[in-house]
Design a protein around this ligand. Structure first.
Ligand code: F6R
Length: 372
C-alpha cells in the first residue's frame, strides 16, 4: 500500500481519491495508537479535563457535508455510550437560526479543512451564546484551531482529493474515541465495556485492510450504476447516516443522482420512483434492524429494483434479495459505519472512473467552501 506523496501525482495510484481510500488502515492505526494507552484507556487529548467533560448536559455537533455525516454517526454512538443528548446541525443552517443553547452545552465543530465559512460562523454563534467549543479538524493552524476552546486533530494527513474519504474515516474514529472518553468521565460504561469497545476498535485497521484487498470487486456494481442516472441508498439508523455519505460520494464524483433515504421512509413516497432496473444500495449492518430493512428490500425488488446489499457475516435474509452482495467483517454494530463506508467510497470511485469524470477535482467543487 503506497502512502507517500510524490510531487503532485498520486504515485502508484491513478487518482488521489483511490490513494486516500487505501491509506485508511494507516489513518485508523495512527489514531488508535495516539489515543489508547497501553492499559486500554482512551486519552484523546481534548484539552478538556474529565471533570469538565462529566459536567456537560448536552452536546451540539455542527458541520457541513461529509463532516456532518460523520457527526450523525457520532450522535448515535455518543448517546448510547455516554447517555448524553446530542444534536447534530448543519452549520450552514445553524448559523442563520436563533439557536437556544443551554448552559452546560459543549459544541463540537467538525471540519477537515478548519476553514469552512459556514462551520466557522456556526462556531462563533455557539460561542456568542455561551457554549464551550471543541474543534475536530485535520488542519494544523487552521482558523478553527485558533477560535475553538479545545482542538482534537484527526490524523488523516493531507487530503488532496476534493471528495473526502480518509478524513471522514478519521472523524468517525475520533468521535467513537470521544464517546468512550465521555462515557468514562460520566461513568456510563464500566472498564470491561470500554475495553470490549477498544478491542473492537483495534481490530478495525485489519478489517478495513481486508476490505480494501477486495477493492476491485466493486467495479462490477459500479459498471451497473454508471449506466444509469439515479441510484437510491437505503438504511436505518447508523446505516442511514452511512447511506447519506455514500450518496454524496456518488453524486460529487460521478455526477449521478444518488439519494439516501431512511429505509422506513422509503414507503412514504419515494418508492414511487422505483422502476425496472433502478439501482438500490441497501445497507443492513445492524442485526436488530436487518429484518425490517429486508422487508423494504423485498418491496423494492418486487418492483424491479437492482439491489446491491452490504451486510456483515453473509446474512442470508439480506444476501438472497441482492443482485450483488458484499459481506462485511463482524464488528460491534456501532462501529459498522467504518466498514460499510469503504465499499461505498470504492463504488463512487469506480463509477466515476467508468464515467470518465475528473475524479479528484469534480466540477463546481472546491476543497474548502467560503462565503460568497
Ligand atoms: C465531500 C466533502 C464536503 C466537505 C464539506 C465540509 O466529499 O468533502 O462535503 O465535507 O465541504 O468541509 P470541511 O470538513 O473542510 O469543513
Amino acid at each position: 500500500m503506497g502512502i507517500g506523496y510524490s510531487g503532485n501525482t498520486a504515485s502508484e495510484y491513478p487518482h488521489f481519491m483511490l490513494k486516500e481510500i487505501m491509506e485508511q488502515p494507516r489513518v485508523l492505526e495512527e489514531t488508535l495508537a495516539r489515543s489508547i494507552t497501553p492499559d486500554k484507556k482512551v486519552e484523546l487529548g481534548t484539552g478538556l479535563k474529565n471533570e469538565e467533560l462529566a459536567g456537560y448536559r448536552r452536546l451540539l455537533i455542527i458541520a457541513c457535508g461529509t463532516a456532518y455525516h460523520a457527526g450523525l454517526v457520532g450522535k448515535h454512538f455518543i448517546e448510547k455510550a455516554a447517555h448524553i443528548p446530542v444534536e447534530v446541525e448543519l452549520a450552514s443552517e445553524f448559523r442563520y437560526g436563533q439557536p437556544l443553547i443551554e448552559q452546560k452545552t459543549l459544541t463540537v465543530a467538525i471540519s477537515q479543512s478548519g476553514e469552512t465559512a459556514d462551520t466557522l460562523a456556526a462556531l462563533r454563534l455557539a460561542q456568542a451564546k455561551g457554549s464551550r467549543t471543541v474543534a475536530i479538524t485535520n488542519a494544523v493552524d487552521s482558523t478553527i484551531t485558533r477560535e475553538a476552546h479545545g482542538v482534537i486533530y484527526t490524523l488523516a494527513g493531507p487530503e488532496v482529493s476534493v471528495a473526502s474519504t480518509k478524513a471522514y474515516l478519521a472523524q468517525l474514529v475520533t468521535l467513537y474515541l470521544f464517546g468512550l472518553q465521555l462515557a468514562r468521565a460520566r461513568e456510563t460504561l464500566n472498564e470491561r465495556e470500554i475495553s470490549r469497545y477498544v478491542d473492537a476498535l483495534e481490530a478495525l485497521p485489519g478489517q478495513v485492510g481486508s476490505l480494501l484487498q477486495r477493492a476491485r470487486e466493486l467495479k462490477e456494481p459500479a459498471a451497473v450504476i454508471a449506466r444509469g442516472s439515479h441510484a437510491y441508498f437505503l438504511g436505518r439508523a447508523l446505516d442511514y447516516a452511512v447511506a447519506l455519505e455514500g450518496s454524496l460520494k456518488l453524486k460529487e464524483t460521478s455526477y449521478i443522482h444518488g439519494e439516501a433515504y431512511a429505509a422506513g421512509e422509503f414507503r412514504h413516497g419515494p418508492i414511487a420512483l422505483i422502476e425496472e432496473g433502478i439501482p438500490v444500495i441497501a445497507l443492513a449492518t445492524q442485526p436488530s434492524l436487518a429484518e425490517k430493512t429486508s422487508a423494504v428490500m423485498e418491496e423494492v425488488k418486487s418492483r424491479g429494483a437492482w439491489i446491491m446489499g452490504i451486510s456483515p457475516g453473509g446474512n442470508n435474509s439480506i444476501s438472497s434479495l441482492c443482485n450483488w452482495f458484499l459481506d462485511l467483517p463482524e464488528t460491534e454494530p456501532e462501529f459498522a459505519p467504518i466498514l460499510a463506508v469503504i465499499p461505498l467510497q470504492l463504488l463512487a470511485y469506480y463509477t466515476a472512473c467508468a464515467r470518465g469524470t475528473a475524479v479528484d477535482t469534480p466540477r463546481h467543487l472546491v476543497k474548502s467552501v467560503q462565503d460568497k
